[in-house]
Structure formats: structure tokens, C-alpha cells
Ligand binder design. Structure first.
Ligand code: ZN
Length: 388
């Protein structure tokens, strides 16, 4: 399939002006002022006038099998559907298990990831769940990374949380060491996605491992870093030491009396002059979201949405004056670089044809994943196997 997007304002995420983009099969083949094709090639033509072309979004933390179950069996959330992903402009997801590594398994996670790939998006996974020792697919984290293509890292390992397995520092250091070497031997990132809980210890164990071993700080990707105000603030020092932080777009957070959105926090981070390259956002999509009433009583349960990922970035751009390219980086080129997804996250010749067209108000208009048009003018074109 050939697609030619004409006269579109391109954000790589860095802005490079108005050009044509020619997609051949699954690849961005040409980016030129005025692409001329021979008459034997009849592409589908998309008029990009008044639109922006940006990389397909990368969501680095999604419970693709469903999550939750923390309010007993009936609160286990359902599996994600294809249109939940693409309607939010997301073309690459990283699937993970969470609290429950017993009824949700690694073999099931591999199968779901392959299913989503068959349906049209790119999908990779982390090995493990909250628990330590890590429940892997093969014998170890090291083997999983070296032998299973889909596995690109470890996670989400829970720390500073009442639901964690309360692992020792030595056990966590060993997991990160295996992830590092497994990543090196397989050409993958081998990043360890750490679920940060509400506990007072915050990043203490991570800092101690960094002080006592040779493991580089970039081997860790702590997530939910804006869960509460102290954790969010501790992230600033961590970033100054070269650390990476991820914040979650779908969850509510405890900042005292204040309701704080991820968009606002991204703006705060940007305005402090902290390096935007060291921050990512992920949705925690399909995880369970408890809803509380004013008195703090549980009212019901909702499911985290992948679409919250871009909604927050868009709000940061439109409501909090974050430049488009800086906002985009946290969900495109940053996760691609950190997770070593070498053909993702940048609009560049030779990269995978994962792109999103945004309309004048920066709404998702058209989504192309691996060269296939998934959403066109806001309408879903490709549905998941069991979606009606
Ligand atoms: Zn988590």
C-alpha cells in the first residue's frame, strides 16, 4: 500500500516545515518538498493542508491483558481492544502485568502482544509483574530478554508500596543486572520499569543500588512518579543525576487539596528547565481506577484509558504553553530512544510508517500504523477482531 500525505506541517518532533511524506508499505520512504512519483505508483492521497504530522505515540506502560483485581475477582479489568489504542493516536504499546502475576501470566501476555501486532499496532512487553522473584517466561530475566523477541525489559516491579513483595535490595539489584546484560546481549534496552508506590521510602532503594553497584542510572525507568507531591519533587533531584522518570496520565493523584493534571506537571517540569529528554509519559491504560466520593468512600471502578496519554500532552501544549515539540517528545522520541525502538518515535526516512495527523485544534484526525490507515478523519477504519 502507498500513501502520499501532501503539504503537511511536520513535527519530527522537531518542526521541519511543510513537506510531502510518501509511505511505501510499512516504511516512511520519502520526505520532500514536492514528492513526484512515476505513473505506475497510485498512492492514496491525503491532503495535509492546515494539519500537522507527528510521530505515532508510544505508550510504555499498558495493562493490555487487563489489570486490577485488587477489590477481588470481579474487579479484574478486561483486555484492551485495538480501537482503544489507535483512537488515542497510539501506534506502539508496551504491555505489562501488574499486581496480579498469578491469574495473568507471561505466556498470556506474549499471546496478547502478538494478537495486537496481527491487528495492526506494534507491541512489546516487559517480563514480570509487581513480584520479586520475577515470574518469567523462561528460566530467568536474562533468558527472557535474550530468547524472546517481544520482551524488551522488566516490569513493573513494585517498590515503596504496600502491595509490593517487599524485595531485598540485593534481589532488585540482581534483576537490574540481569536486565542490563540481557539487553546488551540481545540489542534491547533492558530497562527496568519500577512501579513507585505511595510509601515514604520513595526512590531510596534505587539510589542505594546506584551508589553500591556499577549499574547506570538509565537502566531504571521509575513510573507513577507524580503519584504524590513528595515523590514528584524527589524526581527533580533524580533527573538532575541523569535519571529518567515516567508519569502516569490516567490516574488520580494525591497533591493535598489540589487537583493536578499530568498536563500541568509536564508544564512545571518544562518551565523548571529540567531536560525534557529524561521524561516520558505513559497511560497505565486498562488498569483499574477506583472512583471515590467527596468523603473518600469507594463509589465504583473505572478503567484507565490509553487515550489519556495524548489528551494530557495536548492540554500541556494548549493550556500550559508547552511547545509542541517538547510535549510530543515525552510520548514519541523519548520512549523510542529509552526503550531502543530504533525505527519508532521520529518522522524520518527509513523509519516505520507510524504517524498521526492532527487537525487545527490538535485533535487526532488520522492515524497510520505500520503503513496502514487505522483512523481517517476521526473515524475508525480497522477494528479489533472482536469489536463490533
Ligand atoms: Zn503500577
Amino acid at each position: 500500500m502507498f500513501v502520499l500525505i501532501k503539504n503537511v506541517d511536520i513535527y519530527q518532533p522537531e518542526p521541519i516545515g511543510k513537506k510531502d511524506v510518501f509511505i511505501a508499505g510499512k516504511t516512511i520512504a520519502l520526505i520532500e518538498e514536492n514528492v513526484q512519483l512515476g505513473s505506475s505508483i497510485q498512492p492514496e492521497i491525503i491532503d495535509g493542508t492546515d494539519k500537522k504530522l507527528v510521530p505515532g505515540f508510544i505508550d510504555s506502560h499498558v495493562h493490555i491483558l487487563g489489570g486490577g483485581g485488587e477489590g477481588s475477582y470481579k474487579t479484574r479489568t478486561p483486555e484492551i481492544m485495538l480501537s482503544d489504542i489507535v483512537s488515542g493516536g497510539v501506534t506502539t504499546v508496551i504491555g505489562c502485568l501488574g499486581t496480579d502475576g498469578v491469574t495473568r501470566t507471561m505466556s498470556n501476555l506474549v499471546a496478547k502482544a502478538r494478537g495486537l501486532e496481527e491487528e495492526g499496532v506494534s507491541c512489546f512487553i516487559y517480563t514480570g509483574s509487581y513480584q520479586v522473584p520475577v515470574r518469567t517466561l523462561t528460566e530467568s530475566v536474562l533468558d527472557d530478554l535474550i530468547l524472546i523477541d517481544k520482551i524488551i525489559g522488566v516490569g513493573e516491579i513494585a517498590l515503596s508500596d504496600h502491595r509490593s513483595s517487599q524485595p531485598t535490595k540485593a534481589a532488585v539489584a540482581n534483576i537490574v543486572a540481569q536486565a542490563r546484560v540481557g539487553g546488551m546481549l540481545s540489542g534491547k534496552a533492558g530497562v527496568v520499569n519500577i512501579h513507585m508506590g505511595d510509601g515514604k521510602r520513595m526512590l531510596t532503594m534505587v539510589e542505594e543500588i546506584l551508589n553500591e553497584t556499577e549499574i547506570p542510572i538509565t537502566q531504571f525507568l521509575p513510573t507513577h512518579m507524580a503519584r504524590n507531591q513528595s515523590l514528584w519533587k524527589s524526581g527533580f533531584d533524580y533527573v538532575k543525576k541523569g535519571g529518567l522518570i515516567d508519569i502516569t496520565t490516567s490516574s488520580t493523584r494525591d497533591f493535598g487539596d489540589r487537583e493536578v493534571t499530568s498536563a500541568e506537571l509536564l508544564a512545571e517540569y518544562y518551565k523548571k528547565g529540567l531536560p525534557i529528554e529524561q521524561m516520558t509519559m505513559s497511560s497505565d491504560g486498562q488498569g483499574s481506577l477506583p472512583i471515590f466520593d467527596h468523603s473518600g468512600k469507594l463509589k465504583g471502578l473505572d478503567v484507565g484509558k490509553v487515550s489519556s496519554l495524548y489528551e494530557e500532552v495536548r492540554s500541556a501544549i494548549q493550556n500550559f504553553n508547552v511547545p509542541i515539540e517538547s510535549g510530543l517528545k515525552v510520548i514519541t522520541s523519548n520512549p523510542a530512544r529509552i526503550l531502543k525502538l530504533t525505527k519508532k518515535g521520529l518522522i524520518k526516512e527509513g523509519n516505520d510508517a507510524d504517524v498521526v495527523l492532527l487537525d487545527k485544534d490538535l485533535n487526532v484526525d488520522t492515524v497510520i500504523s505500520n503503513g496502514q490507515i487505522m483512523i481517517q478523519e476521526g473515524q475508525v477504519q480497522v477494528k479489533g477482531t472482536f469489536e463490533t
